[in-house]
Design a protein around this ligand. Structure first.
Ligand code: AR6
Length: 176
């Protein structure tokens, strides 16, 4: 079965999936944006579990249960790069998507919902992040035919949805 990659014009907290991805910071102890929303919805046990993980480096990913979340079985916490405009940013953002999918596969997930990692507080320009994230996911899926994970790019803001849609339509028009 070929996995599908879809745009989902809502929060990760509304996607019914095996795992949602959290755009965390390296402490893994919560914050603003989607991180804050996930911690509020999952309840205080999530913070207790995160404390035991002893942080996470940029580009890496760690798994926790979803606790009070009813839309997913697990949460993959990844730490995106703070955008500086260097080549490292791109490599680290790719690593976030790849390591998140590795973890999802290890936990037997058939579907994963991603927010736009680093595109909020961490300042990664949306138009660049769309290209990097889409290609990172497509490349991973091609490399792992044994793990047909359906991937949802969750577009919390309309600007994210428009940007992904324009890019994907362009890719399809070029027959890539
Ligand atoms: N619900 C769902 N999605 C959201 C929400 C929300 N309430 N808020 C933002 N998004 P961001 P980053 C989407 O800023 O840039 C935190 O403080 C947003 O549309 O949450 O990786 C962490 O603790 C975008 O697609 O994360 C870190 O310190 C995506 O979430 C830092 O921010 C990412 O935006 C990480 O910054």
């Amino acid at each position: 079965m070929k996995p599908h990659v879809e745009l989902y014009p809502h929060s990760v907290l509304e996607a019914q999936v095996g795992a949602i991805v959290n755009a965390a910071n390296s402490s893994l102890l919560g914050g603003g944006g989607v991180d804050g929303a996930i911690h509020r919805a999952a309840g205080p046990e999530l913070l207790v579990a995160c404390r035991k993980l002893h942080g996470c480096q940029t580009g890496e990913a760690k798994w926790t249960p979803a606790y009070l979340l009813t839309n997913s079985d697990g949460i993959i916490h990844t730490v995106g790069p703070i955008y500086h405009g260097t080549k490292d940013d791109e490599e680290l953002l790719i690593a976030c998507y790849r390591h998140s999918l590795d973890l999802a596969a290890q936990h037997g997930c058939f579907s994963v919902a991603f927010p736009g990692i680093s595109t909020g507080v961490y300042g990664y320009p949306l138009s660049k992040a769309v290209i990097v994230s889409y290609n990172a996911v497509i490349t991973w899926l091609k490399e792992h035919p044994e793990n047909p994970i359906n991937v949802y790019f969750c577009c919390f803001k309309d600007s994210e949805y428009q940007c992904y849609r324009n890019y994907i339509e362009g890719v399809k028009a070029n027959g890539d």
